[in-house]
Design a protein. Structure first.
Length: 304
C-alpha cells in the first residue's frame, strides 16, 4: 500500500514538474510581442581634398564632437598658389596713380589765382583796377578748377580699372581659401567612430572614405509587429525593450516608438514574431537611450 502511494505521489510530482516547465516555456513565448535588431544612422566621412594625409587623430571606438578637428591633408601647394596670387594683386595695385600728388601743383596754382582775384577785387573797389582784370582772374580760376577735375576723373578711372583687374585674382584666392579649409578634416557630427578606413601618410583623393561614425548615445531598434498588433500601437508610445545579457537573463530598457511603417511586408527570415503564422508584418522604429551596453546589430525584443 505504501509502495503504491509512493508511486502515485511520484507520478503527480512528475506531472506538476512538466506542467511548470510548459508554463515556463509559454511564459517565455509571451515575454515579448516583437523583435528586431538595433541600428543607428551611420555617416561616412570622406576626404574633400587630394593629397597626403598628414595627421588623422582618431581611433575606432573614440567619441568625437561635432566640429572637432581630427586631421589634415597636405596643403603646401595650395598655400604657395595663394601667396603667388596675393603678390600679383600687389603688383597690379602698385600701378595705381597717386591722385593727391598729381593734382598738388594745380591746387597751388588755384590758391595763387584766388589770391590774385581777391587782390584785384580790392583794387577795383578803390578804382585802381578794371573790370576786365577781374574777369580775367575769374576765368583763370575756372580754368584751373576744370584742369583739376579733369585730372581727378582720369586718374580715378585708371584706379578703378586696376582695382577691377584684381577682382578675378581675389575670387581665385577665395577659392583657394575654401580648398585650404577642406584640407582640414573636421568631424561633422557627435558620435562614436565605428570604422577607420585609412591612416596618416596615406594618399587621399576627393571623396575617399576616411572613417565611419554614428551617434549611438540614442540607438534605434527596428522591430516587426503583426497586423493585429499594428492596430494597437501609436507614435510616441512607451514600450519595454528586452536585451539578453546571458543565457538566462536580460536587461530591460524603456523605448519610444518614433516611426511606424504604413506598408506591410513579408516577415524577414531573421525575425520571429509572437504570431509565427503571420506572413505580413509592419516595421517600427523604437528609440532607446543607450547606456553603453547596446550595440549596432544586437538582437532585441519588444513588449508592447
Amino acid at each position: 500500500m505504501n509502495q503504491s502511494m509512493n508511486n502515485t505521489m511520484k507520478n503527480i510530482a512528475g506531472i506538476l514538474t512538466t506542467a511548470l516547465l510548459v508554463a515556463a516555456c509559454n511564459g517565455d513565448k509571451n515575454l515579448y510581442d516583437a523583435s528586431g535588431t538595433f541600428e543607428a544612422v551611420e555617416t561616412i566621412v570622406s576626404a574633400e581634398a587630394t593629397g597626403t594625409i598628414r595627421t588623422l587623430l582618431l581611433e575606432e571606438g573614440q567619441l568625437l564632437h561635432a566640429g572637432q578637428s581630427v586631421g589634415s591633408i597636405d596643403s603646401v601647394q595650395l598655400y604657395l598658389k595663394k601667396k603667388q596670387l596675393q603678390a600679383q594683386i600687389l603688383a597690379v595695385l602698385s600701378k595705381r596713380p597717386d591722385i593727391g600728388s598729381q593734382v598738388a601743383s594745380l591746387r597751388e596754382q588755384l590758391k595763387q589765382a584766388e589770391r590774385e582775384q581777391q587782390r584785384i577785387t580790392r583794387l577795383l573797389k578803390a578804382d585802381a583796377a578794371t573790370q576786365k582784370q577781374l574777369d580775367d582772374a575769374n576765368a583763370q580760376i575756372a580754368i584751373i578748377q576744370k584742369q583739376i577735375e579733369g585730372i581727378q576723373s582720369s586718374l580715378s578711372i585708371t584706379s578703378s580699372s586696376l582695382n577691377e583687374e584684381t577682382s578675378p585674382l581675389q575670387v581665385q584666392i577665395e577659392q583657394l581659401n575654401d580648398q585650404l579649409h577642406k584640407c582640414r578634416i573636421i568631424n561633422p557630427i557627435e558620435g562614436t567612430v565605428l570604422t577607420k578606413y585609412t591612416e596618416a601618410n596615406e594618399m587621399a583623393t576627393t571623396g575617399k572614405p576616411l572613417y565611419k561614425i554614428a551617434d549611438i548615445a540614442t540607438i534605434t531598434l527596428r522591430a516587426y509587429v503583426t497586423g493585429d498588433q499594428f492596430a494597437s500601437i501609436k507614435l510616441n508610445q512607451k514600450v519595454h525593450v528586452l536585451v539578453d545579457t546571458d543565457k538566462d537573463n536580460y536587461k530591460t530598457y524603456e523605448g519610444t516608438i518614433e516611426w511606424i511603417s504604413d506598408k506591410a511586408e513579408f516577415t524577414p527570415k531573421t525575425i520571429q514574431t509572437k504570431d509565427e503564422r503571420a506572413n505580413l508584418v509592419y516595421a517600427v522604429k523604437i528609440r532607446v537611450k543607450n547606456d553603453g551596453f547596446l550595440k549596432i546589430g544586437m538582437y532585441g525584443e519588444v513588449k508592447l
